[in-house]
Design a protein around this ligand. Structure first.
Ligand SMILES: [Zn+2]
Length: 417
């Protein structure tokens, strides 16, 4: 059989790689603007055949890092296709001081702040770029709240491909500057992320560029699963009890779910962890749908939160996100902007990790869950820290006060101590 095929998450129809690039051609006919995508595709492998080839002993002996470490379960064919910008796993920090502060003994932080462009989104971009190399595509286009676009811009720069990005004009300045420095053709859009998404799809169709739009391109979900594989390895080849995931479009959530699903199909874990979607109170479309029991995610009008990376009116991967939450007996937790800002300071002063608002939301949510006894103190809980605080310094400045300047004299210091 071919190395991989696609399966539509809505109708179950399967497609060979050569037949589709983005969404299920049948289901997507009914697509309406500003709704969750219909016909998102899942990548499937020959799991029965792979059970004999991919086991713990082989992985222990394997020296390859990054995507190639698990090349049997990624849709790449040549090691050389993978951009060198992305190497190695990120740290799984046993956050001892934060454990004490929260009263959660089994807490780990999966710290993605050190990825090449400073965010988790590099996990998706590296696979999209590898596929672009293998398919000889020259231009990649993306819509983004900021991190995905700066990520694909950096990845494209590293392999000499053209990159076109659409972002809300309100995206944090650091992210916009990053895209410009990486040499992307940047279109700040007078509107929201959702508006940028729609215009980028129109550009994809008009100019034939390769879209990196999240969920629309199935490689974005498949790439993000690498985080689950790394967590599993670092926890001595076991799955945690819970994973807390910042959730806007629902693509990181689906990526984490897919990683653990693959491990289960390969017989490498017995049970998938419960997935906890963390949303901002001001942008909680998936939480609303989850709690009302529907499969259809209604847009959350005028979404607004300090956590720009998860500020989404119409979650594009809402349908898969809901399936993953229900399938793992997970839940949705919403947190306020004030809770997010205080979590930024808490993570910083206890662990020396500088998180952007969306990333800190997971720790804010855990604090809330501990307070509500929604998690027992000894459960193994992984909080994803998906982006660096340097990406949004104005937000960080709201989280911790910067003092007024002093006269350069010891007396001035003594007065304040
Ligand atoms: Zn379908």
């Amino acid at each position: 059989m071919a190395k991989f095929i696609y399966e539509c998450i809505d109708c179950g129809k399967q497609y060979p790689d050569s037949e589709v690039t983005y969404v299920c051609p049948v289901c997507s006919r009914d697509q309406k603007p500003m709704r969750s995508l219909l016909g998102v595709l899942k990548v499937l492998y020959d799991y029965d055949g792979l059970r004999k080839k991919l086991d713990v002993e082989r992985l222990r002996r394997r020296r390859a890092v990054g995507l190639w470490r698990y090349h049997e379960i990624f849709p790449v064919f040549e090691k050389g296709s993978i951009p060198q910008l992305m190497t190695g796993p990120t740290p799984l920090r046993s956050a001892r001081r934060l454990r004490t502060a929260l009263g959660q003994n089994g807490l780990y932080l999966k710290d993605d702040t050190g990825l090449p462009t400073g965010s988790f989104k590099d996990r998706a971009s590296v696979l999209v770029a590898a596929r672009a190399n293998e398919e000889k595509r020259d231009v990649i286009v993306a819509a983004s709240t900021g991190n995905a676009a700066s990520s694909i811009a950096g990845m494209c720069a590293s392999i000499g491909k053209k990159c076109v990005v659409f972002c809300p004009e309100s995206a944090p300045a650091a992210k916009l500057a990053q895209m410009a420095v990486y040499g992307a053709r940047l279109f700040p859009v007078k509107g929201t992320y959702d508006d940028a998404f729609e215009v980028s799809l129109a550009a994809t169709k008009e100019f034939g560029w390769l879209s990196r739009n999240t969920a629309y391109n199935p490689m974005t979900i498949e790439g993000k699963k690498s985080v689950a594989l790394e967590i599993w390895e670092d926890l001595k080849f076991t799955a945690p009890d819970k994973v807390l995931i910042p959730t806007g479009d629902g693509v990181i959530l689906a990526g984490v779910a897919k990683g653990f699903e693959d491990l289960k199909k390969l017989g490498l874990i017995e049970k998938e962890p419960q997935l906890i979607a963390v949303q901002a109170e001001g942008s909680q479309a998936i939480a609303k749908a989850f709690h009302s029991g529907t499969d259809d995610v209604a847009p959350y009008p005028n979404a607004a939160t300090v956590a720009d990376s998860i500020c989404v009116q119409a979650p594009r991967n809402g349908r898969w996100a809901l399936k993953a939450l229900r399938g793992t007996k997970g839940s949705c937790v919403t947190v306020s902007d004030d809770e997010i800002l205080s979590a930024i300071a808490l993570i910083g002063r206890t662990e020396g990790v500088f998180a952007e608002p969306a990333a800190a939301a997971t720790v804010a949510a855990l604090k809330k869950m501990v307070g509500e006894n929604a998690v027992s103190p000894d459960e193994t809980v992984v909080a994803l820290i998906t982006g660096s605080g340097l990406k949004d310094v104005p937000a960080a400045s709201k989280a911790a006060r910067i003092p007024e300047p002093i006269e350069p004299a010891i007396e001035a210091v003594k007065r304040l101590l």
